[in-house]
Design a protein around this ligand. Sequence first.
Ligand code: FES
Length: 134
Amino acid sequence: MTRRDWIKKAGKWGLMSLFMYPLYAFIVNVRVRPPEEVRVSTIPKGNEPVIEPQFALFETAKGPIAVSRQCTHLGCTINYKGHEKGFLCPCHQSHFSWDGRYISGPAKKDLPRFAVKRLEGGKGYIVEIPRGLP
Ligand code: FES
């Protein structure tokens, strides 16, 4: 193999890896890596959620639900407003209901929900946050 052949092959592999990397990153981050598990030992009381940095956890008649606190507009951390029973984004004032449904503002999409497992003996919850979420 001449030096010129070697450079051509290296260039092809370099170009191919440049185009394949986004696909690889998507598969590794979203598909292969298990979700991040966050243990919550506090139990929500009444209608008040447990507020964690990444989500708000509610106990409902149908079971616990965890709503993401990351705004679907540009990703700001949203705040739960107990007196309004909903979420308000401090960046551009998008409103969401307590269960994450979009109400108004520039966001246009509901807040994602995370899977929640209840621990045995009422000792809390495990919330699964998918990797690679925007
Ligand atoms: S980032 Fe939340 S409304 Fe814009």
